[in-house]
Design a protein around this ligand. Structure first.
Ligand SMILES: [Zn+2]
Length: 267
C-alpha cells in the first residue's frame, strides 16, 4: 500500500529503517525539527542541524529513492531560553528557500510556560511573514488539553494565519474536536507506549471522520516504530475499512495538506 509518512525524525534512525519504510510503500517522508534528546549549547548547533535536515538527510533518503522533506524551528523543549530562540529564529529565513523545506515546525508548547508561548508567537510571526505552512507539537499528558487550547488561541489571534495551512499534531481523544472545530488539520501520532495506539487512532477516525486528519509514526531516538502507519492501515483493513478510505487517511490526506507547499512532490 502506498502511504506518506508526514512526521518522522530520520536523523535518529538507522539506515535499515529506510529499507523497511520504502519496502512498505512509503512515497515521501517529512521530518520536523525537534529536540535531539539533549539541549544544544548554541545557535551554531541549530545551524548544523538545519544543514543536516536540508542537505544531508535528503541525500541519505535519496539512496532509497525516497523524497525527503523537512520543517524548521527551535522546538518548544529548548524554547525556555528566549534569547537563544531569537537567535535561532533569525537564521531560519536563509534556509526557507531550500528545495525540501515545507514550513515552520514542529513548534508549540511543552510545559505551557510564558517563555514557550512567547517563542511560539515569534514562530507564528515568522511563518506569516514568509507565507509558510505550520506544523505544531502539543504537550504530553496532563498539559495537553490546556496547551492545545493556548496554541489554537495563539494561532487564531494572528489574523494572517489561515487555519487550513496549520496542522496540530499528537491529538488525542480529548483534543481532536477542539482542533478540527478550529478549521485546522489534526495529526494522530502512533506510539507503542505513549501518545496514541493504532486502535485508539482508528477509533478517532471512525468517530470524527477522516477529513483534515492524518496519521504519523513520529519515530525518533526513543521507543517508536517507523512502520506504525502501514501497520495501522493493516489494522483498519482487519476492521473492515475499505481500501479507498484507508488510502485517504494515509496517502491522500497528507498529500492534500502538504501540497499546499508547491515544493512537496511525493515519489
Ligand atoms: Zn516529532
Amino acid at each position: 500500500m502506498k502511504y506518506i509518512e508526514p512526521h518522522a525524525h530520520m536523523v535518529s534512525r538507522v539506515t535499515d529503517d529506510y529499507v523497511k519504510i520504502t519496502t512498505a510503500g512509503c512515497q515521501a517522508i517529512c521530518e520536523p525539527a525537534f529536540w535531539a534528546g539533549f539541549d544544544r549549547s548554541s545557535v551554531q548547533g541549530f545551524y548544523d542541524y538545519f544543514c543536516q535536515l536540508t542537505e544531508h538527510e535528503p541525500k541519505r533518503a535519496g539512496k532509497f529513492g525516497l523524497p525527503h522533506f523537512c520543517w524548521l524551528c527551535i522546538n518548544p523543549k529548548e524554547a525556555e531560553d528566549v534569547k537563544l530562540a531569537e537567535e535561532v529564529i533569525a537564521i531560519i529565513p536563509k534556509f526557507l528557500d531550500g528545495p525540501n523545506v515545507l514550513g515552520i515546525g514542529e513548534i508549540g508548547l511543552n510545559k505551557n510556560s510564558r517563555n514557550e508561548l512567547k517563542v511560539l508567537e515569534l514562530h507564528v510571526d515568522l511563518a506569516a511573514r514568509h507565507d509558510q505552512l505550520i506544523l505544531v507539537h502539543t504537550p504530553h499528558l496532563e498539559d495537553k488539553l490546556k496547551g492545545t487550547r493556548l496554541i489554537v488561541d495563539a494561532l487564531k489571534n494572528d489574523k494572517r494565519i489561515r487555519p487550513e495551512r496549520v496542522i496540530i499534531d499528537h491529538v488525542e481523544e480529548h483534543t481532536i474536536k477542539l482542533v478540527l472545530d478550529s478549521g485546522m488539520w489534526a495529526g494522530m501520532t502512533l506510539y507503542p507506549e505513549s501518545k496514541c495506539t493504532p486502535a485508539r487512532a482508528i477509533d478517532m477516525a471512525e468517530m470524527y471522520g477522516n477529513e483534515r486528519l492524518w496519521m504519523n509514526s513520529a519515530c525518533d531516538w526513543g521507543v517508536s516504530d517507523p512502520l506504525a502507519v502501514p501497520k495501522t492501515a493493516l489494522e483498519m483493513r482487519r476492521r473492515g475499512h475499505s481500501v479507498e478510505s484507508i488510502e485517504k487517511l494515509v496517502l491522500q490526506n497528507p498529500g492534500r495538506f502538504l501540497s499546499q507547499c508547491p515544493k512537496f512532490k511525493p515519489g
